[in-house]
Design a protein around this ligand. Structure first.
Ligand code: HAM
Length: 427
């Protein structure tokens, strides 16, 4: 019995060669959308000062309070593995003086994030996120555009039952007042709330609204709704966002319970969830919203902003089960088979000449038997096999076998790249 088994940490997973085609398919969908909408790529360090997330995401949020991987370095700094991109990108916007660029600044990032969550289907402790951010624009059309882009990516990937849930959670003008009336309502129902919500009542009463516990549903149903208490500016903004969504003919639903679990949101919040054929939610694929106060909280100027992030692994696990078409891996049409030491030596050089000529070629230098090599060539569906044996190596030629007809032809070694190029162009 092997007592000491080395394996991935709980909630972390290898992305194996067989998985790559799905990740590449998602990346392709992302690339075409971000390029079209003029987003530029940004990369920020995986490790940041923990303060960026304490201040940005918020210390009382689950993401920071319960799930963030943070530790003290040898130099005594408290650092964290990023649980999300938004505060890092806002930090970079400030640090690199991006307010001096023409506004808005449209950025996207793709990379790993870390959250110490309870692992389950589609929920990992290390997961790949796509993040889109538009900084420096308060116009509701930006909110609409971000939602449209998210929806476009899912449509490209064959998602048919994606549903957009939207809400507005107001701003520093109207939310404190709403919090007061919500708190007094929730206090009157305190004993009917789950233990988590009894705690949330003190720290962040809004989070009670998106509690999934059975016990809290009745309390939620009778709770006041924030959309009825928005200030004039937030109300007008939300109305315009919805008008954009109508214009774009996006299938959205108003969800008064959607508050999102991160502290920085103001005004619009939204999620795109996948539903099964019976309309049952399969979880959130995209989540985002407006965060007009974050850049200032992190020490920058007043900068309105809006963005979204999606869990790529979650999308991959769904498209894998839906069997979404991924790009076929192009197999080379030429296979090189070699026999004997001298041929093996020389075939490495010939292989390199084909690479320089940008002609794809497969090989199996590690196999010695011609039969085994021809079997590999057949399996791959190669059209031609270049046979390079002892005689060929001594007399500087290559035997080219047409795999369909079985005919063979001898071609001088210094002509073979050119000749194969012609054959490829002819077919
Ligand atoms: P979030 O809702 O925390 O928002 O995460 C966005 C998406 O990341 C989720 O909808 C989900 O697909 C994916 N995700 C989150 N946690 C996990 C996990 N443990 N395993 C797999 N996937 C996961 C944010 O992160 C905000 N930064 C979004 C944003 C950008 N808001 C404004 N700009």
């Amino acid at each position: 019995m092997n007592k000491f088994k080395l394996q991935t940490l709980s909630g972390m997973h290898d992305i194996l060669p067989d998985d790559q085609k799905y990740y590449q398919r998602v990346q392709k969908a992302i690339d075409s959308v971000v390029k079209y909408y003029g987003f530029e790529k940004i990369e920020t360090p995986i490790l940041e000062m923990a303060e960026v997330f304490y201040k940005g995401t918020g210390v009382t949020t689950d993401v920071v309070g319960k799930e963030m991987y943070s530790f003290k370095t040898k130099g005594g700094d408290i650092v964290a593995l990023r649980p999300e991109f938004t505060p890092s990108i806002a930090r970079s916007y400030i640090e690199n003086g991006m307010h001096n660029l023409p506004q808005p600044v449209k950025l996207y990032a793709v990379g790993p994030c870390f959250r110490y969550e309870r692992p389950q289907a589609g929920r990992y402790r290390q997961f790949e996120q796509l993040d889109l951010e538009v900084l420096g624009d308060s116009n509701p059309s930006i909110d609409g555009q971000i939602i449209q882009m998210s929806y476009d990516i899912l449509k490209d990937l064959g998602f048919k039952n994606a549903s957009i849930q939207v809400n507005s959670i107001g701003d520093s003008e109207c939310r404190p007042y709403f919090k007061k009336i919500l708190t007094s309502y929730l206090k009157s129902k305190k004993s009917s709330l789950c233990s988590d919500c009894q705690r949330r009542l003190k720290e962040n009463p809004l989070r009670v609204l998106d509690c999934k516990e059975e016990k809290c549903q009745v309390v939620k149903a009778g709770a006041p709704q924030i959309v009825d208490h928005l200030c004039e500016a937030c109300h007008a903004h939300f109305k315009q966002v919805l008008e954009f969504l109508d214009e774009l003919e996006l299938p959205y639903e108003l969800n008064p319970y959607l508050v999102r679990g991160l502290d920085y949101y103001t005004k619009t919040v939204f999620e795109i969830i996948d539903k099964d054929e019976n309309g049952i939610s399969l979880g959130s694929l995209f989540g985002g919203g407006r965060y007009d106060g974050l850049v200032k909280i992190l020490g920058g100027r007043d900068t309105p902003a809006c963005g979204v992030a999606c869990g790529i692994d979650r999308i991959v696990s769904i498209i894998r089960s839906k069997d979404v078409k991924t790009a076929k891996v192009e197999e080379p049409e030429i296979f090189m088979a070699q026999l004997g030491q001298m041929a093996k030596r020389k075939s490495l050089k010939l292989f390199e000449e084909f690479r320089k000529a940008k002609i794809p070629m497969a090989e199996s230098f590690s196999k010695d038997s011609l039969r085994a090599q021809l079997r590999s060539a057949n399996k791959m569906g190669a059209k031609w096999v270049l046979i390079f044996g002892q005689k060929e190596a001594l007399e500087n030629f290559v035997t080219v076998r047409d795999m369909k007809t079985g005919t063979q032809q001898e071609i001088a070694l210094d002509k073979v790249v050119e000749e194969m190029k012609k054959k490829l162009a002819k077919k």
